[in-house]
Each structure stands twice: as structure tokens, then as C-alpha cells.
Design a protein around this ligand. Structure first.
Ligand SMILES: [Fe+2]
Ligand SMILES: [Fe+2]
Length: 150
């Protein structure tokens, strides 16, 4: 079955990406700091959209008590997320550290917009650690239990 990232989460990722892309076009230390963030963030977002976010597309149905055998296809994704979780969290640490540099450079050049961006992306990472990733793991656990698969 086709597993789709909830639209609101995809839109949030795209918006963060767009602002970062603009920041990379800035001159000097700010632009350089943004390029560093982008190099860390891009592969991270790709992985999230591959296996961390699509499982959340099942939440609505699962919450309504609808479990179908085709949902077992989510297990490949949630197993991968569980296996990669420590790496994902380590990547967040690197991203957040790079964002602190970006924020400092943005303050230095009076570009409040990118200070706010750094805060938003840091909070995004925290929300993923506290809500998004655990929810995706739980989707897998719930489907596995409900369908009685190993
Ligand atoms: Fe993300
Ligand atoms: Fe993330």
C-alpha cells in the first residue's frame, strides 16, 4: 500500500528547506553557515521522507480502529527507522550545532529572519525527537501486534 507523509509535515519540511536555500545565497559568514546546515540537512530530510514520516500517514485510520493486512508494508519503514534512530538523533545534534553558528552569523549581520529560522528548525528537530519519531515507531509496533506478524 502507498504510505504518504501527512501533508502538513511535508509542507513544513518544504518551507524550512526554502528558507534555508535563500540563506545559502547570503554573503559572508551567514551564507557559509547556511551551506553547512544545508549539507547536513538535505540527506537527513531525504531519509525522514523515505521512512520516518510516511508511517504517520496511517495514524488517522489506526486511531479509528481500522487495521488492514496491507498496512504490514509499513513495517519495513518503521524497522528501518528503529535501526537508524541513533544516527538520526546524532544528525540532529550536528544540525542544531550548525544552526547555532548560523544564528550567530545572522545576528551579526542583522538578519533576524534567519535567527527565527534557526529557532524554528531547532524546534522542528526537538518535536521530531519527542513526537514524530516515537509516533512512527508506535505505528509499527501497533500494526505488528494487531496483524500478529513477527
Ligand atoms: Fe524533519
Ligand atoms: Fe529531523
Amino acid at each position: 500500500m502507498r504510505l504518504e507523509t501527512p501533508r502538513a509535515l511535508k509542507v513544513e519540511h518544504d518551507a524550512l528547506h526554502d528558507t534555508l536555500r535563500r540563506a545559502t545565497k547570503e554573503s559572508g559568514a551567514l551564507g557559509a553557515a547556511a551551506v553547512t546546515v544545508a549539507e547536513l540537512l538535505h540527506p537527513h530530510f531525504v531519509k525522514e521522507e523515505e521512512y520516518a514520516l510516511p508511517p504517520l500517514g496511517l495514524l488517522g485510520e489506526l486511531a479509528r480502529g481500522q487495521v488492514t493486512p496491507e498496512m504490514s508494508s509499513v513495517l519495513a519503514l518503521t524497522d528501518r527507522l528503529k535501526a537508524e534512530l541513533d544516527n538520526m538523533l546524532a544528525e540532529h545534534k550536528e544540525i542544531v550545532a550548525a544552526l547555532a553558528e548560523l544564528s550567530a552569523a545572522a545576528t551579526e549581520s542583522g538578519k533576524e529572519e534567519y535567527v527565527e529560522f534557526a529557532q524554528a528548525l531547532t524546534l522542528h528537530a526537538q518535536a521530531e525527537e519527542e513526537v514524530t519519531y516515537p509516533a512512527a515507531v508506535l505505528v509499527g509496533e501497533f500494526v505488528r501486534k494487531s496483524l500478529n506478524v513477527d
